[in-house]
Design a protein around this ligand. Structure first.
Ligand SMILES: [Ca+2]
Length: 578
């Protein structure tokens, strides 16, 4: 029997509603075709709305609180098991072309990074290095979004090989010498990293096919992550005048946490969230913007997506031309979303609206995944690693937290996930938000803060009416579901994880004492207890379902949830430079 291949294609920071299949204002003919041949998932969430954590989840099948890559400026521990290693054990070729971002731009002696300065631009090193890297035997990398000075690694080698000896003319200083490009990127399209990713991915797939070797291949695009910059003709493809420009709804932040409100101020003071070793807080600044400038940025953003779509088409067409369509699972998604005016917000940050945490998602496998279907089942990128292994008939390691979604993707079952969790430990202690989403509701808690968000996604799909204060009983009920979901996602620890500082300490508290009260959770029976240890030291009367103790119960649940969040491992400090 021919082994199944897996081709993962990702974009970076692409809003879920920027596929032509869903939004007539944008053209993505190749992704639309992929959606026609497969299933388009309309409720897919990232596990964390920033690069490193969500990418680490993709290859580990675990949440950031479990795999150690808890924020930007951290690295995925190198001893953390990855899905690529499982594929290699099964005789697969494993390769990644494009953006990895498993490690930060600045390494330290204790936490070295392969993706850091000055190594990024040590071209002698990159000529000889092709892996292994986190389970990928073959990697070809760069670290720049559009014209960023982080350009280097294999992409620069490729540009030089192609004869673009003046590549520095298209990138910012100090690596390059051009700091003036805006919206129109002067680099000829044939040297754009989209072309590089498609060409190198296709070459590797051809090679695997020729050698008759099964593969797990990740084509990892950088766009449409800002800066907004795209070569012609894509820079003028969309008319800013005729584009919908989302805007803040007056009053929508009145009941929201203070940070939401502060984004709409001229000069907000976010210093209260700063922390030693905390590093930058993405999105904690004024989001006020000029509407017409934003319209031009959206036009460029859409142009970046349409340009990328062309090269995604080149990869899928190549795969199909090689006769590999029937035995290759193709999955397209993005690492997180993007704000372009929704809720008055720009780009990304510690905000958990669907605009920021939902992602586009398409899966195609002829004969298994239904063609031309749409699915509103809950999806999360944490499930990709176990699902890929499941499709390929390989064992799923016990320590992967994600679920195998094969039956759901195949349309054989409609009973899938009852909830997803989105984590965002942006700062070690001052800014940690975590979200629970089920079929109808979204609950976001902020570590050790009294405020939060509760949205009814059915009645209020645009998330304009925060019910956190208005619906305390609903909030308490969802908080309990959240706590239970948290406790049920614990993984058995690998030996490597056990050895890591702080890893076991957090796993996990299932009991909490406050004042005279003690609450306990018994995972085997999914049962809670609440006792008054002063009046009932022998713990004979379980007060959990006693209506008189509903307030105590709600407080204890939130305290235990926070207690667990605070005890999650912070195995390394954040280092500067993302
Ligand atoms: Ca990203």
């Amino acid at each position: 029997m021919t082994k199944l291949n897996v081709l993962l294609i990702t974009s970076d920071q692409q809003h879920w509603n920027t596929l032509g299949s869903l939004n007539p204002e944008i053209q993505t003919p190749h992704l639309d075709k992929l959606a026609d041949e497969g299933t388009l998932f309309t409720r897919a969430y990232c596990p964390n709305p920033t690069c490193t954590p969500t990418r680490a989840c993709l290859i580990t099948g675990k949440y950031p609180s479990q795999n150690g890559a808890y924020s930007l400026g951290t690295k995925l521990p190198e001893d953390e098991p990855t899905v690529g290693e499982r594929f290699k054990e099964a005789g697969y070729q494993t390769a990644l072309v494009g953006k990895a971002h498993f490690q930060p731009l600045r390494g330290t002696e204790e936490f070295p990074s392969l993706e850091s300065y000055p190594l990024l631009q040590d071209f002698t090193f990159w000529q000889d290095f092709e892996g292994p890297f986190y389970g990928f035997d073959h990697v070809e990398l760069t670290r720049n979004h559009t014209d960023e000075a982080h350009v280097g690694q294999h992409y620069v080698l490729w540009m030089e090989e192609k004869g673009l000896t003046n590549w520095r003319d298209y990138f910012r200083s100090p690596t390059g010498n051009n700091d003036s490009q805006r919206r129109k990127w002067l680099i000829p399209e044939e040297y754009h990293y989209n072309a590089w990713i498609a060409e190198r991915t296709n070459a590797l797939i051809s090679d695997f096919k020729e050698k008759d070797e099964p593969f797990f291949m990740w084509a990892s695009f950088f766009d449409p992550h800002p800066d907004y910059l795209v070569p012609e003709p894509w820079d003028t493809m969309y008319d800013p005048e005729s584009i919908t420009v989302p805007q803040v709804v007056p009053g929508e932040h009145d009941k929201n946490p203070p940070a939401h409100q502060m984004t709409q101020q001229e000069n907000p003071d976010f210093s209260g969230w700063e922390e030693i070793n905390g590093n930058a807080m993405h999105g904690y600044h004024s989001h006020l913007h000029d509407r017409d400038e934003l319209a031009k940025n959206i036009a460029t953003y859409y142009g970046m997506i349409s340009c990328m779509d062309k090269y995604i088409g080149r990869i899928v067409d190549h795969l199909d031309a090689l006769g590999l369509a029937e035995n290759t699972l193709v999955v397209f998604t993005s690492d997180h979303g993007h704000y372009f005016g929704q809720h008055g917000l720009i780009a990304k940050g510690a905000f958990h609206y669907d605009d920021g945490i939902k992602v586009p998602m398409i899966a195609r496998l002829p004969g298994q995944i239904p063609a031309g279907q749409r699915s509103d089942t809950l999806q999360t990128l944490v499930d990709y690693a176990p699902t890929f292994l499941g499709y390929c008939g390989l064992d799923i390691p016990d320590d992967m937290t994600g679920h195998n979604q094969q039956a759901i993707w195949n349309g054989d079952s409609t009973i899938g996930r009852q909830h997803v969790i989105v984590e965002n430990r942006h700062q070690p202690t001052t800014l940690y938000l975590k979200t629970y989403i089920d079929d109808r509701y979204k609950l976001t808690v902020y570590y050790n803060r009294a405020y939060g968000e509760l949205f009814d996604l059915k009645a209020d799909p645009n998330e304009l009416n925060n019910l956190w204060q208005d619906e305390p009983e609903l909030r308490a009920a969802l908080m309990e579901k959240f706590l239970t979901a948290e406790m049920l996602k614990e993984e058995p620890l690998s030996d490597a994880a056990k050895a890591r500082p702080n890893k076991t300490a957090s796993m996990y508290i299932k009991s909490y004492n406050s004042g005279p009260y003690q609450m306990n959770y018994h995972p085997q029976e999914a049962r809670y207890e609440l006792f008054n240890l002063i009046t009932d030291p022998a713990k004979t009367v379980n007060l959990w379902d006693d209506a008189d103790y509903a307030d105590i119960r709600a407080k204890m649940v939130q305290a235990l949830l926070f207690g667990r969040m605070g005890m999650e491992p912070v195995w390394m400090p954040r280092v500067a430079g993302a």
